[in-house]
Design a protein around this ligand. Sequence first.
Ligand code: DOR
Ligand code: ZN
Length: 346
Amino acid sequence: MIERMQITRPDDFHLHLRDGKVLKETVAASARDFGRAIIMPNLHHPVTTAEQAAEYKSQIIEQIPRGSPFQPLMTLYLTDNTTSEIVRKAKAMGDVYALKFYPAGATTHSDFGVTALNNIFSTLETMIDSNLPLLVHGEVTDADIDIFDREKIFIDRHLIPLVERYPELNVVMEHITTQEAADFVASASDNVAATITPQHLLYNRNHMLVGGIKPHFYCLPILKRNIHQDALLKAATSGNPKFFLGTDSAPHAKQDKENSCGCAGCFSAFGAMAFYAEAFDSVDALEQLESFSSHFGADFYGLPRNTDTITLVRNRKDIPAFLPFGDMEVVPLKAGEQLHWSVEST
Ligand code: DOR
Ligand code: ZN
């Protein structure tokens, strides 16, 4: 049994840090183990221009603990009004690494999202010219489509036609949750990849709904049935470089989750590498953890791999019931249970 593993320092290719007072805790949680992170732009006032991304980046940098190598890689939030000029400026200023497509109304703070993909065709063409990837929240929003089918139908209706129309566009299907998404990505061209979260590897909808509703497992896209969890574990541990780490750590205050209309999102950053190690270990595939966590994402984005390392040690540790979150509290993923791994402090 593997008790200890030294791996290249990992990167998180999908992270919500929020802004304001909570940045201190959210940045510290990710900066401990991760070298870089792709920072999601869905703030209350979404990050839609290069200037806003630069300003948000400086707020994040102020909170990076001394000695941490952490670097935030910024993204822009696509709207129907994202022009080619905005894209070109973002590329020229150098802080922006990707643009995020939220179908309007799909999830937290997506009200300003794109209402139809054909509204942004010329923007997508400029993204190809600028070599900036499109990050996709892949769910339809039609009221008559069942929440458990929204990802599959998005692929059929929107993603397949999109990659056919723009084969040169680099596309990351974010936080995939279904066998259909894993199959679509595996069979698409090398320009199409996917991130996978720890919660979708460790859990399925029974964990959220059997024996009482557990709001801290509620995220979007929603946890699916166990056959999909198994398909994601297979994809993540397959050694296929199209699948890489993106936590989608998305903290919300405790009272906003434990609520009659609870917010979507799991706060996983504080123990992310321990969660991934537990998931990979559950299918006896720890030897695939390093490439998934530390190689494939950097390669897809054309970034150098990190050169330093972290060390994971098998050891059980209690997870607190809550953690500080600005003036509030946040309930971490798996609160009240145990981590199976620790990252040794360096
Ligand atoms: O569960 C989620 N939370 N899914 C998303 O797409 C957004 C995120 C958030 O920002 O809270
Ligand atoms: Zn997200």
